[in-house]
Design a binder for this molecule. Structure first.
Ligand code: ADP
Length: 538
């Protein structure tokens, strides 16, 4: 425990003692004044002057009052309490003497001494008081000889011996209690978890570990709201939990005094404390564990990224090789036929057919290289839009026309187009065309040669381009990943592809402020919808 802490504990103890001595002063003064009335009623003929008793009581109450205004008196209030008990005793023996050592006053002396013994809390004060009373009593016995033949002195000494022994027993109980409390405090403060007891969010008590977790001292924490030591964004959620009776542990973010955010695990339950229904909360700092978790996830992601990249490189090499091999084979064959004078490229139609084949392979190569370049542009943050007015309806019609020219000869189904006359948006024409072509080429590729369609709709919030096919469909477990880089829901052996089209499409649409969504049933078909917000629509 810090020296500051022990100093503050000592101050708390001192304040508590002063309050106790003040209370004892008031009790002593009050009872001694009330005692006058008792004698007045029970022994009306006794010598029982009020003024001298009032003077004694006034002195006692004056000490009590001064303890509030004078630090000097306050620091010595225990001594003043002892002095007051001596003063009361002295005054009582004066009355005792003036009443001639009457038997009633013998009993009164016993009552007075017993009552005062109860106000004295230390062995030294009790012992010195015992000596003082013995001397006074011996003096009485000397002045009033008949007391020597009575039980006055033996009775008084018995009371004093009993009081001293009783105090020892009481002191040992108190010592045990203090030791047990100290052991409890030690455990309470040394435990690994931070502990808070709060009532409706207001902290009543807390331990040293909590002070280390939060950076606030225990004094700063007591009286504060538990919400103050939580990250601002967590406060609303935790506030709801404050009133509940759940014990379920939950994780949240703590706010340290120095402004640092920590990961903490919290457990809380309601219980009775000092007769009040409060909430006991234990708080564990799990920042290190969380950091280790995050690093593990990072390492796993890095390994996964490497695996995906290697797979991509092998797919990409294969994809690039296919059109190159085909081109090479065709040119070698033409070369060989020309050399041997057996070439059948003797009509413009035949030459056009070969050229078309070459173009398809070159287009495929260009497309692959463009995709890879786009991905590297996106990764490097160099993906920019060239915004202008674009008629989406006209763009859709034109893209379909262009694709049909290439695909109809391969036996692909016609593409149904349902678009309004015109729908002008603010966008990058080339990129939006790329989106439409990517989506259409997927519909054709995975559409099982069944009819496909593109539709353009608009409402108050957004424009929607809907691409529908009745082909392979996508298994639900792949749906969340198909828009990620290099992700494919089908083996490269079945249908070739780099797994980049949807990734690029999503990046383009998102950079226009839109989203892409998909619904699909395996073996039934897929519907991809490109949502462009109305803000992006002119
Ligand atoms: P690629 O087609 O080159 O593999 P994409 O990024 O365009 O890459 O598509 C990712 C994956 O999503 C594809 O491999 C395929 O499994 C799936 N997919 C995309 N469009 C469709 C569709 N219309 N029907 C069924 N599966 C599709």
């Amino acid at each position: 425990m810090s020296s500051l802490q022990s100093a503050s504990d000592a101050i708390t103890e001192y304040t508590r003692d002063i309050a106790l001595y003040r209370r004892l002063l008031v009790i002593a003064g009050g009872v001694y004044l009330g005692w006058w009335l008792g004698i007045h009623l029970i022994l009306p003929n006794a010598f029982n002057p009020l003024p001298s008793r009032l003077a004694v009581v006034t002195v006692i109450f004056a000490i009590w009052g001064l303890s509030f205004v004078s630090a000097w008196v306050r620091a010595r209030v225990r001594l003043f309490l002892i002095a007051s008990t001596w003063l009361i005793t002295l005054h009582f023996y004066f009355l005792f003497y003036e009443n001639g050592g009457d038997a009633n006053w013998v009993i009164g002396s016993y009552i007075t001494v017993i009552a005062i013994n109860l106000c004295l809390l230390t062995a030294a004060s009790l012992l010195s008081y015992s000596v003082y009373v013995t001397v006074l009593s011996a003096l009485m016995a000397y002045l009033l000889p008949h007391l020597r033949d009575s039980i006055f002195l033996p009775g008084l000494l018995t009371i004093l011996v009993q009081a001293n022994m009783g105090l020892r027993a009481r002191a040992s109980i108190i010592r045990n209690l203090i030791a047990s409390n100290e052991r409890f405090q030690l455990l309470f403060h040394a435990t690994f978890d931070g502990i808070i007891v709060h009532e409706g969010g207001k902290i009543l008590t807390t331990n040293e570990s909590m002070s280390q977790i939060s950076g606030f001292s225990r004094e700063e924490l007591v009286g504060r709201s538990v919400l103050d030591i939580l990250a601002p964004e967590e406060r609303a959620t935790v506030q709801v939990k404050l009133g509940q009776d759940e014990v379920i542990p939950y994780e949240t973010h703590g706010l340290r005094k120095d402004g640092r955010i920590t990961d903490v695990e919290v457990r809380a339950k309601n219980f009775q404390y000092d007769g009040r229904s409060v909430r006991l909360v234990t708080i564990q700092d799990i920042s290190d564990r969380k950091k280790a978790d995050r690093e593990r996830v990072k390492a796993l992601t890095a390994i996964e990224n490497l695996r995906v990249r290697d797979e991509f490189i092998s797919i990409a090499s294969h994809e690039l090789k296919t059109p190159i091999s085909s081109l090479k084979l065709q040119t070698q064959m033409i070369e060989r036929d020309l050399k041997h004078g057996v070439s059948d490229l003797d009509t413009p139609e035949k030459i056009a057919d070969v050229m078309a084949l070459f173009h398809r392979q070159i287009d495929r190569l260009t497309e692959l290289v463009e995709s890879m370049l786009d991905v590297s542009r996106i990764s490097a943050g160099r993906f920019t839009l060239d915004l202008a007015d674009v008629d989406l309806a006209e763009l859709a019609r034109q893209s379909v026309k262009l694709m049909s020219v290439h695909t109809l000869s391969t036996g692909a189904p016609p593409i149904e187009v349902r678009v309004p006359q015109s729908l002008v948006v603010k966008g990058d024409r080339r990129r939006l065309q790329q989106v439409i072509e990517n989506m259409l080429s997927n519909s054709l590729k995975y559409g099982n040669r069944k009819p496909i369609s593109v539709e353009l709709r608009t409402d108050a919030a957004e424009a929607q381009l809907i691409f529908r096919d009745h082909g392979l469909g996508i298994a639900p477990e792949f749906l969340p990943r198909i828009f990620d880089r290099f992700e494919r829901a089908i083996s490269a052996r079945n249908i070739s592809g780099l797994g980049l089209g949807l990734y690029i499409t999503r990046q383009i649409v998102e950079s226009h402020g839109g989203t892409v969504s998909v619904t699909s049933d395996l073996g039934v078909g897929s519907v991809f919808t490109v949502h462009l917000p109305i803000a992006a629509v002119k």
